[in-house]
Design a protein around this ligand. Sequence first.
Ligand code: G4P
Length: 191
Amino acid sequence: MKQLQDKIRQEGKVIGTNILKVDSFLNHQVDPELMANIGKEFAKYFKDKRITKVFTIESSGIAPAMMTALNLNVPLVILKKQSSKILNGDVYQTKVESFTKGTTYELTLSKNYIEKEDNILIIDDFLAHGEAASGAIRLVTEAGATVSGIGIVIEKSFQIGREKLESQDMDVYSLARIAKLGAEGVIFIED
Ligand code: G4P
């Protein structure tokens, strides 16, 4: 998506060879017009998949996921990151380890917001190691529903996330695919 690539080139800050900071339009301050166009783009790509709900993971996935849900005219469900297990049985939970941040959390979904008939579209801001998205897939699968697609705003294609998701037969659509980060800046797959 050209508007997103231009924004990344203009405002993204490369930290070492692994991290791209995009605090000015995605992770801290948010650019609503860009999010609106991201939502339209995801909705266009996934329009024939009979999506019934959009799922995302708090917190930075919420803005692009909200705009996607609006365009698909379906509800948005925000998966929560709990620090410990909830024992009352009203939720599905799975442990997720973040390699980038070195943290572990219980990804949590209320049983009230998923049904066996649901076709879920998972939207997230970054795809790195694919652990968060894999956790979301486990929750949907445990509920007996279907993951019908995964939409990613920024994919770090030099990390293993896409491979991990495709090995689970997932249709992964990323709006910006980064081949390399380094002293030369951001290199996209198409460059
Ligand atoms: P994974 O989900 O693909 O396995 O990624 P990983 O665990 O390695 O990343 C965990 C967190 O780090 C996620 O945020 C992810 O968005 C973020 N992250 C990974 N790589 C980058 C990067 O290059 N730049 C930025 N800005 N973030 C990155 P999170 O913990 O879910 O936080 P948030 O959604 O509350 O912001």
